[in-house]
Design a protein around this ligand. Structure first.
Ligand code: CA
Length: 377
Protein backbone atom coordinates (compact mmCIF):
# COMPACT_ATOMS: atom_id res chain seq x y z
CA UNK A 1 0.00 0.00 0.00
CA UNK A 2 1.46 3.37 -0.92
CA UNK A 3 1.18 6.39 1.39
CA UNK A 4 -1.77 7.90 -0.46
CA UNK A 5 -3.74 4.63 -0.36
CA UNK A 6 -2.84 4.23 3.30
CA UNK A 7 -4.11 7.75 4.10
CA UNK A 8 -7.29 7.18 2.10
CA UNK A 9 -7.91 3.87 3.87
CA UNK A 10 -7.23 5.23 7.35
CA UNK A 11 -9.35 8.34 6.69
CA UNK A 12 -12.26 6.19 5.56
CA UNK A 13 -11.72 3.91 8.54
CA UNK A 14 -11.65 6.88 10.95
CA UNK A 15 -14.80 8.31 9.42
CA UNK A 16 -16.50 4.95 9.62
CA UNK A 17 -15.51 4.74 13.28
CA UNK A 18 -16.77 8.26 13.99
CA UNK A 19 -20.06 7.57 12.26
CA UNK A 20 -20.59 4.08 13.66
CA UNK A 21 -23.73 4.02 15.75
CA UNK A 22 -25.21 6.74 13.57
CA UNK A 23 -28.78 5.80 12.77
CA UNK A 24 -31.84 7.65 11.61
CA UNK A 25 -33.00 8.56 15.13
CA UNK A 26 -29.85 10.55 16.04
CA UNK A 27 -29.37 12.26 12.68
CA UNK A 28 -30.82 15.42 14.08
CA UNK A 29 -29.55 18.88 14.79
CA UNK A 30 -28.59 19.45 18.41
CA UNK A 31 -31.40 21.02 20.40
CA UNK A 32 -29.22 23.61 22.14
CA UNK A 33 -32.19 25.16 23.88
CA UNK A 34 -31.87 22.16 26.24
CA UNK A 35 -28.25 23.07 27.11
CA UNK A 36 -27.94 22.89 30.90
CA UNK A 37 -27.12 26.54 31.39
CA UNK A 38 -29.01 29.14 33.35
CA UNK A 39 -32.05 30.31 31.44
CA UNK A 40 -32.19 33.87 32.73
CA UNK A 41 -31.04 35.42 29.46
CA UNK A 42 -32.99 33.45 26.88
CA UNK A 43 -34.03 35.64 23.97
CA UNK A 44 -37.80 35.57 23.63
CA UNK A 45 -38.28 38.23 21.00
CA UNK A 46 -36.31 40.09 18.36
CA UNK A 47 -35.87 43.54 19.79
CA UNK A 48 -33.23 45.15 17.61
CA UNK A 49 -34.58 47.96 15.53
CA UNK A 50 -31.91 48.32 12.87
CA UNK A 51 -33.01 51.81 11.99
CA UNK A 52 -32.42 52.92 15.52
CA UNK A 53 -28.87 53.12 16.76
CA UNK A 54 -28.17 52.56 20.44
CA UNK A 55 -25.13 54.43 21.72
CA UNK A 56 -23.14 53.42 24.78
CA UNK A 57 -20.67 55.83 26.35
CA UNK A 58 -17.74 53.80 27.67
CA UNK A 59 -14.88 55.51 29.54
CA UNK A 60 -11.60 53.77 30.33
CA UNK A 61 -8.83 54.29 32.87
CA UNK A 62 -6.21 53.97 30.11
CA UNK A 63 -4.69 56.42 27.62
CA UNK A 64 -5.91 56.17 24.00
CA UNK A 65 -4.57 53.07 22.19
CA UNK A 66 -2.78 51.86 25.33
CA UNK A 67 -1.05 48.64 24.16
CA UNK A 68 -2.83 45.34 24.75
CA UNK A 69 -5.28 46.66 27.38
CA UNK A 70 -6.65 49.73 25.57
CA UNK A 71 -6.34 48.26 22.07
CA UNK A 72 -8.33 45.17 23.08
CA UNK A 73 -11.12 47.40 24.40
CA UNK A 74 -11.09 49.14 21.00
CA UNK A 75 -11.36 45.73 19.28
CA UNK A 76 -14.28 44.89 21.59
CA UNK A 77 -16.13 48.07 20.55
CA UNK A 78 -15.49 47.29 16.88
CA UNK A 79 -16.73 43.71 17.26
CA UNK A 80 -19.91 44.85 19.01
CA UNK A 81 -20.55 47.24 16.14
CA UNK A 82 -19.91 44.53 13.53
CA UNK A 83 -21.96 41.79 15.18
CA UNK A 84 -24.89 44.11 15.84
CA UNK A 85 -24.92 45.28 12.22
CA UNK A 86 -24.12 48.78 13.42
CA UNK A 87 -27.17 48.97 15.68
CA UNK A 88 -25.07 49.09 18.86
CA UNK A 89 -22.40 51.74 18.87
CA UNK A 90 -19.87 51.92 21.69
CA UNK A 91 -18.28 55.35 21.97
CA UNK A 92 -14.91 55.03 23.69
CA UNK A 93 -13.54 57.75 25.93
CA UNK A 94 -9.90 57.18 27.00
CA UNK A 95 -8.84 58.35 30.45
CA UNK A 96 -9.50 61.98 31.31
CA UNK A 97 -11.38 62.74 28.05
CA UNK A 98 -14.84 62.52 29.60
CA UNK A 99 -14.10 61.66 33.24
CA UNK A 100 -10.82 61.34 35.18
CA UNK A 101 -9.18 57.87 35.02
CA UNK A 102 -10.19 56.87 38.52
CA UNK A 103 -13.62 58.54 38.51
CA UNK A 104 -15.11 56.02 36.06
CA UNK A 105 -16.68 53.87 38.79
CA UNK A 106 -18.67 56.77 40.29
CA UNK A 107 -19.49 58.25 36.87
CA UNK A 108 -20.95 54.91 35.76
CA UNK A 109 -22.73 54.28 39.03
CA UNK A 110 -24.50 57.65 38.76
CA UNK A 111 -25.35 57.17 35.06
CA UNK A 112 -23.09 59.93 33.71
CA UNK A 113 -21.55 57.20 31.52
CA UNK A 114 -23.03 53.82 30.54
CA UNK A 115 -19.93 51.70 31.00
CA UNK A 116 -16.24 51.67 31.90
CA UNK A 117 -13.10 49.57 31.53
CA UNK A 118 -10.76 49.55 34.52
CA UNK A 119 -9.55 47.28 37.37
CA UNK A 120 -11.58 46.22 40.43
CA UNK A 121 -8.57 46.77 42.79
CA UNK A 122 -8.86 50.52 42.21
CA UNK A 123 -12.12 50.57 44.21
CA UNK A 124 -10.91 48.89 47.40
CA UNK A 125 -11.53 52.20 49.22
CA UNK A 126 -15.27 51.72 48.56
CA UNK A 127 -15.23 48.08 49.64
CA UNK A 128 -12.05 46.17 50.50
CA UNK A 129 -13.61 43.02 48.99
CA UNK A 130 -13.38 44.55 45.51
CA UNK A 131 -9.59 44.00 45.39
CA UNK A 132 -10.28 40.25 45.59
CA UNK A 133 -12.04 40.38 42.21
CA UNK A 134 -8.69 41.38 40.67
CA UNK A 135 -6.80 38.59 42.38
CA UNK A 136 -4.50 38.04 45.36
CA UNK A 137 -0.77 37.48 45.93
CA UNK A 138 0.08 33.75 45.74
CA UNK A 139 -3.51 33.32 44.50
CA UNK A 140 -5.19 32.22 41.30
CA UNK A 141 -3.54 32.24 37.87
CA UNK A 142 -5.40 33.73 34.89
CA UNK A 143 -6.86 30.34 34.02
CA UNK A 144 -7.78 29.61 37.63
CA UNK A 145 -9.40 33.00 38.29
CA UNK A 146 -11.45 32.70 35.11
CA UNK A 147 -12.67 29.30 36.28
CA UNK A 148 -13.59 30.82 39.68
CA UNK A 149 -15.40 33.70 38.00
CA UNK A 150 -17.33 31.64 35.46
CA UNK A 151 -17.94 28.38 37.33
CA UNK A 152 -16.81 28.78 40.94
CA UNK A 153 -19.25 31.45 42.13
CA UNK A 154 -16.97 34.49 41.66
CA UNK A 155 -19.16 36.27 39.12
CA UNK A 156 -22.31 35.86 41.24
CA UNK A 157 -20.56 37.45 44.24
CA UNK A 158 -19.10 40.24 42.10
CA UNK A 159 -22.47 41.10 40.51
CA UNK A 160 -24.21 40.99 43.88
CA UNK A 161 -21.66 43.40 45.37
CA UNK A 162 -21.64 45.76 42.37
CA UNK A 163 -25.46 45.79 42.12
CA UNK A 164 -25.41 47.85 45.34
CA UNK A 165 -23.71 50.54 43.23
CA UNK A 166 -26.11 50.09 40.30
CA UNK A 167 -23.31 48.39 38.33
CA UNK A 168 -23.15 45.17 36.30
CA UNK A 169 -19.62 43.82 35.71
CA UNK A 170 -18.14 41.47 33.10
CA UNK A 171 -14.62 40.10 33.10
CA UNK A 172 -12.84 42.53 30.77
CA UNK A 173 -9.49 40.81 30.27
CA UNK A 174 -6.54 39.65 32.29
CA UNK A 175 -2.95 40.88 32.44
CA UNK A 176 -1.81 37.27 32.87
CA UNK A 177 0.99 36.63 35.37
CA UNK A 178 2.88 39.78 36.36
CA UNK A 179 6.55 40.25 37.20
CA UNK A 180 7.79 41.13 40.70
CA UNK A 181 9.29 44.41 39.55
CA UNK A 182 12.45 46.36 38.82
CA UNK A 183 15.08 47.05 41.50
CA UNK A 184 18.03 49.43 41.45
CA UNK A 185 20.01 46.98 43.62
CA UNK A 186 19.64 43.20 43.90
CA UNK A 187 17.62 41.76 46.81
CA UNK A 188 19.97 39.27 48.48
CA UNK A 189 17.84 38.60 51.56
CA UNK A 190 14.84 39.87 53.52
CA UNK A 191 17.09 42.47 55.16
CA UNK A 192 17.41 44.24 51.78
CA UNK A 193 13.65 44.83 51.74
CA UNK A 194 13.73 46.92 54.93
CA UNK A 195 12.92 50.55 54.22
CA UNK A 196 12.91 49.96 50.46
CA UNK A 197 10.83 52.64 48.74
CA UNK A 198 8.76 50.88 46.11
CA UNK A 199 5.88 51.79 43.84
CA UNK A 200 3.45 48.91 44.42
CA UNK A 201 -0.33 49.31 44.81
CA UNK A 202 -3.10 46.98 45.96
CA UNK A 203 -2.96 43.90 48.17
CA UNK A 204 0.61 43.32 46.94
CA UNK A 205 1.55 46.71 48.40
CA UNK A 206 -0.03 45.79 51.73
CA UNK A 207 1.94 42.53 51.83
CA UNK A 208 5.19 44.36 50.96
CA UNK A 209 4.43 46.95 53.67
CA UNK A 210 4.24 44.20 56.32
CA UNK A 211 7.66 43.00 55.13
CA UNK A 212 9.25 46.37 55.86
CA UNK A 213 8.87 47.95 52.40
CA UNK A 214 7.61 51.51 52.15
CA UNK A 215 4.97 51.31 49.36
CA UNK A 216 4.59 54.52 47.38
CA UNK A 217 1.78 55.39 44.97
CA UNK A 218 2.81 57.37 41.91
CA UNK A 219 1.06 58.34 38.67
CA UNK A 220 2.35 56.26 35.75
CA UNK A 221 4.10 59.26 34.20
CA UNK A 222 6.26 59.88 37.29
CA UNK A 223 7.56 56.36 37.95
CA UNK A 224 10.54 56.37 35.59
CA UNK A 225 11.92 59.73 36.75
CA UNK A 226 11.41 58.80 40.42
CA UNK A 227 13.28 55.55 39.84
CA UNK A 228 16.05 57.30 37.94
CA UNK A 229 16.54 59.94 40.65
CA UNK A 230 16.39 57.41 43.49
CA UNK A 231 13.16 58.88 44.90
CA UNK A 232 12.05 55.24 44.79
CA UNK A 233 14.29 52.14 44.85
CA UNK A 234 11.98 49.80 42.97
CA UNK A 235 8.73 49.53 41.05
CA UNK A 236 6.44 46.84 39.80
CA UNK A 237 4.34 47.43 36.70
CA UNK A 238 2.91 44.53 34.69
CA UNK A 239 5.10 42.18 32.67
CA UNK A 240 7.82 42.36 29.99
CA UNK A 241 5.47 43.57 27.20
CA UNK A 242 4.39 46.77 28.99
CA UNK A 243 7.42 47.15 31.28
CA UNK A 244 9.90 47.41 28.41
CA UNK A 245 8.01 50.42 27.02
CA UNK A 246 8.40 52.20 30.37
CA UNK A 247 12.20 51.88 30.08
CA UNK A 248 12.68 50.78 33.69
CA UNK A 249 15.54 48.47 32.66
CA UNK A 250 17.72 51.52 32.01
CA UNK A 251 17.65 52.66 35.63
CA UNK A 252 16.76 49.56 37.66
CA UNK A 253 18.29 46.57 35.86
CA UNK A 254 17.39 43.78 38.34
CA UNK A 255 14.11 42.23 37.19
CA UNK A 256 12.34 39.77 39.49
CA UNK A 257 9.80 37.05 38.79
CA UNK A 258 6.65 37.69 40.78
CA UNK A 259 3.91 36.25 42.96
CA UNK A 260 1.97 39.39 43.91
CA UNK A 261 -0.31 39.49 40.82
CA UNK A 262 -0.49 35.98 39.33
CA UNK A 263 -3.42 36.77 37.01
CA UNK A 264 -5.09 40.14 37.54
CA UNK A 265 -8.58 40.55 36.14
CA UNK A 266 -9.66 43.78 34.46
CA UNK A 267 -13.29 44.77 34.34
CA UNK A 268 -15.84 45.81 31.74
CA UNK A 269 -18.64 47.24 33.83
CA UNK A 270 -22.02 48.66 32.84
CA UNK A 271 -24.47 50.93 34.57
CA UNK A 272 -27.09 48.35 35.56
CA UNK A 273 -30.08 50.46 34.45
CA UNK A 274 -28.43 51.18 31.07
CA UNK A 275 -27.63 47.48 30.59
CA UNK A 276 -31.10 46.27 31.63
CA UNK A 277 -32.69 48.69 29.14
CA UNK A 278 -30.72 47.23 26.19
CA UNK A 279 -32.40 44.86 23.74
CA UNK A 280 -31.78 41.24 24.75
CA UNK A 281 -29.83 40.73 21.52
CA UNK A 282 -27.56 43.63 22.43
CA UNK A 283 -27.04 42.23 25.91
CA UNK A 284 -26.04 38.89 24.38
CA UNK A 285 -23.69 40.58 21.92
CA UNK A 286 -21.94 42.33 24.81
CA UNK A 287 -21.71 39.07 26.71
CA UNK A 288 -20.12 37.26 23.74
CA UNK A 289 -17.79 40.12 22.77
CA UNK A 290 -16.63 40.56 26.39
CA UNK A 291 -15.77 36.87 26.52
CA UNK A 292 -13.68 37.37 23.37
CA UNK A 293 -12.10 40.46 24.95
CA UNK A 294 -11.14 38.44 28.01
CA UNK A 295 -9.51 35.59 26.11
CA UNK A 296 -7.88 37.81 23.48
CA UNK A 297 -6.26 40.07 26.06
CA UNK A 298 -4.98 37.14 28.14
CA UNK A 299 -3.45 35.45 25.11
CA UNK A 300 -2.05 38.66 23.65
CA UNK A 301 -0.29 39.41 26.94
CA UNK A 302 1.29 35.98 26.81
CA UNK A 303 2.39 36.45 23.22
CA UNK A 304 3.77 39.97 23.71
CA UNK A 305 5.56 38.94 26.93
CA UNK A 306 7.36 36.17 25.04
CA UNK A 307 8.71 38.66 22.50
CA UNK A 308 9.56 41.37 25.05
CA UNK A 309 11.43 38.94 27.30
CA UNK A 310 13.64 38.06 24.38
CA UNK A 311 14.40 41.75 23.85
CA UNK A 312 15.15 42.23 27.56
CA UNK A 313 17.60 39.33 27.35
CA UNK A 314 19.31 41.05 24.44
CA UNK A 315 19.54 44.21 26.59
CA UNK A 316 21.34 42.15 29.28
CA UNK A 317 18.67 42.67 31.91
CA UNK A 318 19.36 40.48 34.97
CA UNK A 319 16.42 38.11 35.58
CA UNK A 320 16.19 37.03 39.21
CA UNK A 321 13.97 35.26 41.72
CA UNK A 322 13.34 36.50 45.27
CA UNK A 323 15.41 34.75 47.96
CA UNK A 324 13.53 32.07 49.92
CA UNK A 325 13.35 34.13 53.15
CA UNK A 326 11.58 36.93 51.23
CA UNK A 327 8.95 34.58 49.78
CA UNK A 328 8.43 32.86 53.13
CA UNK A 329 7.93 36.22 54.89
CA UNK A 330 5.59 37.37 52.09
CA UNK A 331 3.32 34.37 52.70
CA UNK A 332 3.26 35.12 56.42
CA UNK A 333 2.51 38.79 55.69
CA UNK A 334 -0.29 37.84 53.30
CA UNK A 335 -2.06 35.70 55.91
CA UNK A 336 -1.84 38.63 58.33
CA UNK A 337 -3.32 41.03 55.74
CA UNK A 338 -6.17 38.59 54.95
CA UNK A 339 -6.89 38.10 58.68
CA UNK A 340 -6.99 41.85 59.34
CA UNK A 341 -9.15 42.64 56.30
CA UNK A 342 -11.55 39.77 57.08
CA UNK A 343 -12.05 40.99 60.66
CA UNK A 344 -12.74 44.53 59.41
CA UNK A 345 -15.18 43.64 56.61
CA UNK A 346 -17.81 40.89 56.35
CA UNK A 347 -17.82 41.34 52.57
CA UNK A 348 -14.06 40.73 52.41
CA UNK A 349 -14.41 37.61 54.62
CA UNK A 350 -17.28 36.26 52.48
CA UNK A 351 -15.53 36.81 49.12
CA UNK A 352 -12.18 35.57 50.44
CA UNK A 353 -13.85 32.35 51.69
CA UNK A 354 -15.01 31.70 48.13
CA UNK A 355 -11.55 32.49 46.65
CA UNK A 356 -9.84 30.30 49.26
CA UNK A 357 -12.14 27.33 48.60
CA UNK A 358 -11.47 27.54 44.86
CA UNK A 359 -7.75 28.09 45.38
CA UNK A 360 -7.33 25.05 47.61
CA UNK A 361 -9.11 22.78 45.15
CA UNK A 362 -7.34 24.35 42.20
CA UNK A 363 -3.89 23.97 43.75
CA UNK A 364 -4.31 20.23 44.01
CA UNK A 365 -5.28 19.89 40.35
CA UNK A 366 -2.77 22.47 39.04
CA UNK A 367 0.08 20.86 41.02
CA UNK A 368 -0.89 17.42 39.77
CA UNK A 369 -1.06 18.49 36.14
CA UNK A 370 0.56 21.80 35.19
CA UNK A 371 3.31 22.05 37.82
CA UNK A 372 4.46 18.50 37.02
CA UNK A 373 4.41 19.23 33.31
CA UNK A 374 6.23 22.60 33.51
CA UNK A 375 8.91 21.14 35.77
CA UNK A 376 9.48 18.28 33.34
CA UNK A 377 9.27 20.30 30.10
CA1 CA B 1 1.00 45.47 38.59
Amino acid sequence: MNRRDFLATTTTASLALALSGCNQSNRQAIDYSKHPQKKDNVIKAVNINKNKKTVIKLATSWPAHYPIIGTNVEKFALRVNQISGGSLDIKLYPKNTLVPALAVFDACSSGQIDAFHSGPYYWKGKNSAFSLYSGIPFGLTAEEINSWMLYGGGMELWREDYAKYNLHPFVGGNTNIQMGGWYREPIKSLADMQGLKMRIPGLGGEVFAKMGVNPILLPAGEIYTSLERGVIDATEWVGPALDIMMGFYKVAPYYYSGWHEPGSILELTFNKHSFDKLALEHQSIIEVASSELNSNMTHEFHHENIKALQKLNELNVTLLQFPKDVTKEAKRALSEVIKEQSSKSDDFARVYASVEKHLNLSKEWSDTSLRYFLNER
